[in-house]
Design a protein around this ligand. Sequence first.
Ligand code: ADP
Length: 161
Amino acid sequence: MSLDFAGIKEKTLVLIKPDGIQRGVIGEVVNRFERKGLKVIGVKMMSLDEALLREHYAHIADKPFFPGVTKFMQSSPVIALCLEGLEVVQAVRILCGITKAREAEAGSIRGDLAMSVACNVVHASDSLETAKMEVPRFFKTDELFDYDKTEFVNVYSEDER
Ligand code: ADP
């Protein structure tokens, strides 16, 4: 599958972090994305190695909490999701809520399911540019699936599709 980030083919990366795995909310998190009308085009459980985490968290590598974050992210496997939809990067960030979970808006994943800054259940790409790097970092092209989601007829108006 070729990577296409335009229109309803925009893609984003989500990770269900180790606290989400341990607390048994994999289904709850996936359910929220599905109910929103997003299309799941990739799902995998994986353990994250040092090299991948250094790349993924390069923007916080100089922060004092970085070693703690990498240790936490290796404390169990994570679930990687690739989601597709119109302006999906922004839509998923809104669904996830702000980093500091105990102050995240009620109704968001972090707002409803977490209390911590570090253990905040999910990662989500923060911009289209980031998503374009993160999706191929976690998924090979043959791990992403191109299929028609019939529900899109009802999720989007004709001019949006
Ligand atoms: P976000 O995940 O909301 O995009 P960042 O990219 O700023 O947030 O940070 C990446 C991750 O690093 C956060 O999700 C969180 O797990 C962790 N983190 C961020 N800030 C802190 C902090 N002050 N203390 C501990 N962990 C932090």
